[in-house]
Design a protein around this ligand. Structure first.
Ligand code: ASC
Length: 150
C-alpha cells in the first residue's frame, strides 16, 4: 500500500470521529449504536456514583479528586446522545425517544445544564453546593429514566 493511499484511507476511517464524535452515521448497525450508548451510560453511572460517598460524608472531601471526577463527567455526559439516531430504536429506550425528539432533547439539555453548577461547586470546593448540585443532577437522571427508559 503506498503512503498517500494509506493516509487517505486513515482519514476516511477517522473522519467521522473528527467531524462529529459518535455521529449517528458512524454506527454500521443499530446494535452498535445501542451498545455504544449503553456503555456511555455505564461510565456516566460509574463516575456519578463515585461522588456518592463524598456527598454522604462517608469519606473525607478531597477537592482535587472530586474536581477530576466531575471533569470526566463533563466529557462523558456528552457521549450517549448522538447514538440515538434514526433507526437505532431498541435497547432500554422507549419508543418515545424517537417520537418525541424535542422532549428527549430537552431532557438531555436539563442533564447537561445540571452539570454546570456541579462543576462550579467542584472547582470552588464547596461541599454544600456540591451536594445540592449532585441531587439536582440525580433528579435529571431520574426524570429522563422515568420518561424515556423501559
Ligand atoms: C445514580 C444513577 C442514576 C441516577 C438516578 C438518580 O447514581 O446510576 O441513574 O443516580 O438513580 O435518581
Amino acid at each position: 500500500m503506498n503512503k498517500p493511499f494509506l493516509a487517505a484511507a486513515v482519514l476516511a476511517l477517522t473522519a467521522p470521529f473528527i467531524a462529529g464524535t459518535a455521529s449517528a452515521q458512524f454506527f454500521a448497525k443499530a446494535e452498535d449504536a445501542i451498545k455504544y450508548r449503553q456503555g456511555a451510560f455505564q461510565m456516566i453511572k460509574a463516575h456519578f456514583s463515585a461522588l456518592q460517598p463524598v456527598i454522604k460524608g462517608q469519606v473525607p472531601y478531597d477537592k482535587a479528586r472530586v474536581a477530576a471526577e466531575v471533569s470526566v463527567l463533563d466529557v462523558i455526559s456528552t457521549l450517549p446522545w448522538a447514538a440515538f439516531g434514526p433507526g437505532t430504536e431498541g435497547g432500554g429506550a422507549l419508543e418515545v425517544v424517537w417520537s418525541d425528539t424535542n422532549g428527549f432533547k430537552a431532557a438531555q439539555d436539563k442533564f447537561l445544564a445540571s452539570l454546570k453548577p456541579l462543576t462550579a461547586a467542584a472547582q470552588e470546593g464547596d461541599l454544600n453546593k456540591l451536594r445540592a448540585a449532585f441531587v439536582n443532577t440525580g433528579a435529571s437522571c431520574k426524570a429522563c429514566h422515568d420518561n424515556f427508559r423501559k
